[in-house]
Design a protein around this ligand. Structure first.
Ligand code: SAM
Length: 221
């Protein structure tokens, strides 16, 4: 039976890749990438020569049919996203959903590794026995309700936020839950990795406009 491996790749530091992930990327027939140019950096670093094909959020149903065709012809595939674990707030889960729905004979195999959500949670110091991951905060519609719901939440909450809205998010947190503790994780595993901890107003004072660059995960308890 053909395999499609769902391979976690680094969220920044290219050393954060498992030996098994490297072996699988070398052994498969095709690597499906969210962005082939982005994944090329990783493949080049480990001298992996493999055929790549793009699969991203704008991929049409014809692309999924092509992937199904490859699997049905006995090819082994790997799916990677730009960062972390495919499917966690990225288009990978759509492909897995389609493959499950098409009920073709294929093994969907996880190759575990980094994910920004778990990395942030692991350094938060907040309860981890029960937590809620909310994906990306909504841009506009539903944004107020999003923060109101977090205010009511008893469990640790984690979400992803764009750098353009991080200051706005800090404002909402000061408004809706000034007494909660937050951890703002910026650029995890990268050169400018920074972690800010405190009440929302304390963190807001620590983050300067120049530091509102890069990728962010927010953890709240
Ligand atoms: N699949 C990925 C994972 O497993 O973490 C997440 C993909 S999602 C499209 C990208 C978002 O994850 C970014 O906008 C940011 O919120 C978060 N993220 C990814 N890498 C990060 C990093 N190194 N530091 C902080 N946040 C990161």
């Amino acid at each position: 039976m053909p395999n499609i491996y769902i391979v976690a790749t680094p969220i920044g530091n290219l050393e954060d890749i498992t030996l098994r992930a490297l072996r699988i990327l070398k052994e498969v027939d095709v690597v499906l990438c969210e962005d082939t140019r982005h994944t090329k950096r990783l493949l080049d670093k480990y001298e992996i020569k493999v055929e790549t094909m793009s699969y991203h959020q704008h991929s049409k149903i014809a692309k999924i049919d092509k992937i199904v065709e490859l699997l049905e012809s006995g090819k082994h595939l790997a799916l990677v996203s730009d960062a972390g674990t495919p499917g966690i707030s990225d288009p990978g889960n759509m492909l897995v959903k389609h493959l499950v729905e098409k009920i073709i004979d294929v093994n969907i195999v996880p190759i575990p590794g980094p994910s920004a959500v778990i990395s942030a949670l692991s350094i938060s110091g907040f309860p981890t026995d029960s937590f809620v991951f909310l994906g990306f905060a909504p841009h506009k519609k539903g944004r107020q309700t999003f923060f109101k719901n977090i205010a009511e939440e008893k469990r640790t909450v984690i979400f992803y936020e764009s750098p353009h809205r991080i200051l706005k998010a800090l404002g909402s947190m000061q408004e809706f839950f000034p007494e909660k503790n937050i951890v703002v994780c910026r650029e995890l595993t990268k050169i400018y990795e920074t972690v800010y901890r405190g009440k929302p107003d304390e963190v807001a004072k620590k983050i300067t406009p120049e530091q509102v660059k890069g990728e962010f995960v927010l953890v709240i308890f």
